[in-house]
Design a protein around this ligand. Structure first.
Ligand SMILES: Nc1ncnc2c1ncn2[C@@H]1O[C@H](COP(=O)(O)OP(=O)(O)OP(=O)(O)O)[C@@H](O)[C@H]1O
Ligand SMILES: [Mg+2]
Length: 235
C-alpha cells in the first residue's frame, strides 16, 4: 500500500479561523500522507479539528498555513474555480446530515454532481440509477429524501458522492445519525469501495467504526496525537 505516491499530503497544514478580532486556531500544523487505495479513519474529541481537516483534504477550504497536495498538486495557491474543478472530479463527500436536496428525488440527487461535469441528461439518469442499484436502492430511485429512511438517505448520499467516480471518498461522521445496524450497512458499503481500490477517509466518534479502517489517526487540539494501525480493515 505504501509503494504508491501519496494521493493526499498535508505538510505542516494549519487553519486559523478569524472571528472578528478573535483568532480560532482549529488546526495547528498537521503532517500526514494518505496513499491511493488506503482506508483511513480519523478520531478525536469534539472541536479537535476533524471537520476542519476534512474540509482541507477535500479542497472545500484552504489552509492558512502550510501546504496541501492533492495528487502532487499544491492546492494552497489554487483559484476557487480550479479548486472546484479538481474537487468535482477527484473527491466525493458524505456528511453526517446527508445534505440531500429535498425537492429532488433520489436519482436526481445522485445525478446533480454530473450536471456540473457536463454529463448529458440521459446518461446522468442511467448512471444515477446504476449507482443507486449498487447501494441497494434500485426500487427507491423516484423517492424524495423525505420518503426515505435515514440509512436509505445516507446510501443515496454515498451514491451521489460516487457520481463522478472520484478517487477519494471523504465521509465526515457518516454513521452519526444512524442506528448501529444501519450504520454497519453504511460501513459495509465503504469497505466494498475500499476493496474496489478507492481511497476512503472517514471521520468518526465511534471506535467500532474507526477500526474498520487500516489505520486510525487520532487528533487532539488541532494536532495529530498518534496513529494506530488496525487489523487491515477486516471485520
Ligand atoms: N467556520 C468557523 N469559524 C470559526 N471557528 C470555527 C469554524 N469552524 C470550526 N471552528 C472552530 O474550530 C475548532 C475545530 O472545529 P471542527 O469543526 O473542525 O471540530 P470537529 O473535530 O469536527 O468537532 P465535532 O466532533 O464536534 O464535529 C472548534 O473549536 C470550532 O469551534
Ligand atoms: Mg466535525
Amino acid at each position: 500500500m505504501q509503494k504508491t505516491k501519496p494521493i493526499i499530503e498535508l505538510d505542516d497544514a494549519g487553519k486559523t479561523y478569524q472571528m472578528g478580532t478573535v483568532e480560532v486556531p482549529a488546526l495547528r500544523g498537521v503532517n500526514l500522507k494518505i496513499h491511493s487505495g488506503e482506508f483511513v479513519s480519523i478520531m478525536g474529541p469534539s472541536g479537535s479539528g476533524k471537520s476542519t481537516m476534512m474540509n482541507l483534504v477535500g479542497c472545500l477550504d484552504l489552509p492558512t498555513k502550510g501546504s496541501i497536495y492533492l495528487d502532487g498538486q499544491n492546492i494552497a495557491h489554487m483559484s476557487e474555480s480550479k479548486l472546484a474543478q479538481i474537487r468535482g472530479k477527484k473527491i466525493g463527500f458524505v456528511f453526517q446530515k446527508f445534505n440531500l436536496l429535498s425537492t429532488l428525488n433520489a436519482w436526481e440527487n445522485v445525478a446533480l454532481p454530473m450536471v456540473f461535469q457536463g454529463v448529458p441528461k440521459d446518461e446522468r439518469r442511467t448512471r444515477a440509477k446504476k449507482l443507486l442499484s449498487n447501494v441497494g436502492l434500485a426500487e427507491r430511485a423516484e423517492h424524495l429524501p423525505g420518503e426515505l429512511s435515514g440509512g436509505e438517505q445516507q446510501r443515496v448520499a454515498i451514491a451521489r458522492a460516487l457520481a463522478n467516480d472520484p478517487e477519494v471518498m471523504l465521509a465526515d461522521e457518516p454513521t452519526g445519525n444512524l442506528d448501529s445496524k444501519t450504520g454497519a450497512e453504511v460501513i459495509d458499503i465503504l469497505q466494498n469501495l475500499h476493496k474496489k481500490g478507492k481511497t476512503i477517509i472517514v471521520v468518526t466518534h465511534d471506535s467500532a467504526v474507526a477500526r474498520f479502517a487500516e489505520r486510525t489517526i487520532h487528533i487532539k487540539d488541532g494536532q495529530v496525537l498518534k496513529e494506530v494501525i488496525n487489523g487491515g480493515g477486516k471485520k
